[in-house]
Design a protein around this ligand. Structure first.
Ligand code: HEC
Length: 405
């Protein structure tokens, strides 16, 4: 019962998270695009705004942008903030639901560091909070006046965080925490800086005063960071389903490559939409990043190394503590699952352990007990198409073991 409810919860949270994220990033792209197409119009002084005409869904829209106080401001302004908050909230609960509720499967890898669930929770959530505090201090410091310097420091900080996470959490959890760190900064930018500053500007305009340009300037710095984070963050989030990106010792390099490539592709479109030309070198550098990423995964996975005739890397994953798993369960899993779910899969066409799940030692089998229950007992998703011909009697043995509490 519980694993089924957990699967459903995970599916529904992920669904909500993706929808909220689409709405947020969609709105962000829309406003970047709109901003780049604002043209002069007669009733707004030059340099103080402009207008754009759009056609969509059977109607025409005339959107005006005011950089200074418009002659009147209606009460019912549309705020764009809940897309961001909803993305963070659903993402946060998804993180808790998957990584903290089942921390022994997803978060804690004894071969990396044998953390207790509580310590792992403190490191994980504390890291997100600390990341925001450091980032915020950086933006508020004197360096905040130089977007290029802030950008470079943020880049180094995120890669350093990825490196750090990699040495405390399981590879998959390390990657998602790096993504969550960036996403937390993005949402906190909206919640704690951009929206409050906009409220102050609106209040000043309503009082007939000139708003302090400081508010606009800081909001702009934060929102440009958010804009450049979008592509790398989405890459980190979905990479979690692709062990090639996160399961190598160079996962933090993958993070650096995703940051560079994602930021440059965003920059290309920002420049293009602003009419400053097509900077094709951005794509060229991104392709180089991609090639480096692929080369890294070829040279660090057993299948890739074998194809290149390189010696195998020494596996660090051999946990020492013996675990009690009944012999018949071990035999079934070793016989029906481990040809795919092992560091060097023997099954034709499988290059890395699917989803990073290893089922080749008693420890690994014990750790993945609930997943085995869901995938091979409650559903027959595994083995895929029953390629390894697991018998109903075998599933019954797995069931008896996996449901015994
Ligand atoms: C032919 C190779 C193969 C065999 C044999 C196999 N698996 Fe898998 N397994 C896969 C693939 C491929 C995936 C990834 C599926 C996907 O991407 O949704 C996977 C995914 C999984 C997952 C992760 C599911 C998730 O979405 O979190 C579990 C758990 C799992 N397998 C358990 C097992 C068990 C238990 C057995 C034996 C009874 C088994 N597998 C046998 C190929 C295999």
């Amino acid at each position: 019962m519980e694993p089924i409810l957990h699967e459903w919860g995970s599916l529904l949270l992920r669904w909500a998270h993706i929808i909220a994220g689409m709405a947020w990033i969609g709105a962000s792209f829309y406003f970047m695009h709109l901003d780049a197409h604002i043209r002069a119009c007669p009733d707004i002084p030059a340099g103080k705004g402009g207008e754009a005409w759009e056609v969509h869904g059977g109607g025409f829209y005339q959107v005006k942008k005011y950089l200074v106080a418009p002659s009147f401001l209606p009460e019912d302004l549309i705020w764009h903030k809940w897309q961001s908050y909803a993305t963070w909230i659903t993402g946060f609960f998804l993180l808790i639901w998957i990584y903290y509720y089942q921390s022994s499967i997803y978060l804690i890898d004894p071969a990396v560091m044998n953390l207790s669930p509580t310590v792992a929770l403190v490191i994980g959530l504390g890291g997100l909070a600390l990341g925001w505090v450091l980032y915020d201090l950086l933006c508020r410091s004197k360096l905040g006046d130089s977007p290029a310097k802030v950008g470079a420091i943020v880049f180094v900080g995120v890669v350093a965080a990825a490196y750090g996470y990699q040495h405390v959490f399981s590879p998959r959890a390390a990657f998602i925490h790096t993504g969550a760190l960036m996403a937390t900064i993005m949402s906190a930018n909206v919640f704690l800086v951009i929206v409050p500053n906009q409220h102050k500007v609106v209040a000043a305009l309503k009082a007939g005063q000139e708003p302090d340009p400081y508010y606009g300037k800081t909001a702009k710095l934060r929102s440009s960071h958010n804009n450049y984070f979008t592509l790398p963050v989405v890459f980190l989030m979905i990479s979690n389903h692709y062990p090639l990106t996160y399961s190598t010792p160079y996962a933090y390099v993958m993070v650096a490559l995703a940051l560079v490539a994602g930021t440059l592709i965003r920059y290309f479109y920002n420049e293009r939409h602003a009419g400053r030309g097509d900077k094709w070198w951005c794509w060229a550098v991104s392709v180089v990043c991609l090639i480096i990423g692929i080369a890294l995964s070829v040279t660090t996975t057993p299948a890739g190394r074998a194809a290149l005739g390189l010696p195998a890397l020494v596996s660090t994953a051999e946990a020492a503590t013996p675990v009690e798993v009944p012999e018949d369960v071990q035999n079934i899993v070793m016989g029906r699952c481990s040809m795919c779910h092992t560091a060097e899969p023997m099954y034709e066409g499988i290059a890395v352990p699917p989803k990073g799940i290893l089922l080749d030692t008693p420890e690994a089998i014990a750790r993945n007990r609930d997943l085995i229950l869901v995938q091979a007992v409650l559903t027959h998703a595994m083995p895929p198409n029953n390629v390894t011909e697991i018998e109903p009697a075998d599933r019954a043995v797995l069931k008896a073991w996996a449901t015994a509490r």
